[in-house]
Design a protein around this ligand. Structure first.
Ligand SMILES: NC(=O)c1ccc[n+]([C@@H]2O[C@H](COP(=O)([O-])OP(=O)(O)OC[C@H]3O[C@@H](n4cnc5c(N)ncnc54)[C@H](O)[C@@H]3O)[C@@H](O)[C@H]2O)c1
Ligand SMILES: [Zn+2]
Ligand SMILES: [Zn+2]
Length: 342
């Protein structure tokens, strides 16, 4: 089969690899029909995720058709259409039993990280019964691809951790795919204002069409304090992963507010407890668990959530090398999410 293979920082190829086979009785082999690229894949390509080894197939998102199942798989049959979660979960370890699949003792984020991933014609999914989801008939399959990672991430790490309530003033720092997924799912709770902050004008324009009530580009702290009459926001969501953007969140949080960090931070950030100690705030972090996939699937099916709006570019799976170039040049190409079909 063909697959997108990582060969160390800056090096990748669309290459021939052996088709995966069942290793454990709980595995399934999926024929990939649609997959996508994630900002995390770009981090890997830069060498920011050193545990990814030379020769690994990348990708942790996608949908496909069950090709083969191990003897212990009971919930899926050959021919079923399935959504692949970016997080693999056994369902029975201590972490899985409290819904913290990201910390599964024999799973977590392993696809396209520690084991071969989904940017290929076939992928092996461990713990198939608890890591795959049936795709309902009649649903937009491109929309469903957005549920492997970015929608649950924005919702779980941003909206749920930020405890958004009706009437809240919310600020989302970063209007990339994750920030925009947070913007879409924040609206389940009817906040009064959702202020989107980004340096990229095109992404801010997109945010406006997705329901942002205010847009901020420059001088974020000053602008937001003005917009909130000097009070700050009830919920500040960090969807970038830099010290500059975490600082914005610390500077705009109202008394009693919640700072929800989503961004992956490669460097330390300064925490200004000398200002915040008396503000009754909470700061949360989370690695996506994807426990909300079943709920999000229902909202897509009912038309309440339209994640297909995030898709800007489409390619055939065998054009993935070109897709990486387009995705890596997001500002000029105006890329959000790409769909690769096979
Ligand atoms: N916690 C999790 O489980 C989890 C899961 C997936 C992704 N992530 C992380 O979420 C973050 C966002 O992902 P993405 O794919 O949307 O990334 P992205 O790079 O596409 O988007 C980041 C956005 O932030 C903007 N930005 C950068 N610096 C800024 C600044 N100083 N002020 C305002 N805006 C600024 C950029 O213009 C860009 O639009 C990444 O750090 C990613 O690794 C976390
Ligand atoms: Zn991802
Ligand atoms: Zn587990």
């Amino acid at each position: 089969m063909k697959a997108l293979v990582y060969h160390g920082p800056g090096k990748r190829g669309w290459e021939e690899k052996p088709k995966p086979t069942i290793k454990n009785s709980t595995d399934a082999i999926i024929r990939i029909t649609k997959t996508t690229l994630c900002g995390t894949d770009l981090h890997i390509m830069k060498g920011d995720v050193p545990e990814v080894v030379d020769g690994l197939i990348l990708g942790h998102e996608g949908i496909g058709v069950v090709e083969e199942v191990g003897s212990a798989v009971s919930n899926f049959k050959v021919g079923n259409k399935v959504l692949i979660s970016c997080i693999t979960s056994c369902g029975i370890c201590d972490a899985c039993k409290i819904g913290m699949y990201s910390h599964c003792e024999t799973g977590g984020w392993i696809l396209g990280h520690l084991i071969d991933g989904t940017q290929a014609e076939y992928v092996r999914i461990p713990h198939a019964d608890t890591s795959l989801y049936h795709i309902p008939v009649g649903v937009d399959e491109e929309a469903i691809v957005m549920l492997s990672d970015i929608l649950p991430t924005g919702f779980e790490c941003g909206v749920l951790k930020g405890q958004i309530k009706p009437g809240d003033n919310v600020a989302i720092v970063g209007a990339g795919p994750i920030g925009l997924a947070t913007l879409l799912t924040a609206q389940f709770y009817s906040p009064a204002e959702i202020i989107m902050i980004d340096l990229d004008d095109n992404r801010l324009k997109v945010a406006k069409t997705f329901g942002a009530t205010k847009l901020v580009a420059e001088n974020a702290v000053e602008e937001i304090m003005k917009l909130t009459n000097g009070k700050g926001v009830d919920v500040a969501i960090e969807a970038v992963g830099t010290s500059a953007t975490f600082n914005i969140c610390q500077s705009i949080i109202a008394a009693g507010g919640h700072i929800a960090n989503i961004g992956v931070h490669g460097k330390s950030v300064e925490l200004h407890l000398e200002k915040l100690w008396s503000s009754n705030i909470t700061i949360t972090t989370r690695l996506v668990d994807t426990v909300t996939i079943p709920m999000l699937l229902k909202t897509v099916l009912s038309g309440k959530l339209r994640p297909e709006k995030l898709i800007t570019h489409r390619f055939a799976l065998n054009e993935i090398m070109k897709a990486y170039d387009t995705f890596g040049n997001a500002a000029e190409e105006k890329t959000l999410k790409v769909i690769l079909s096979n």
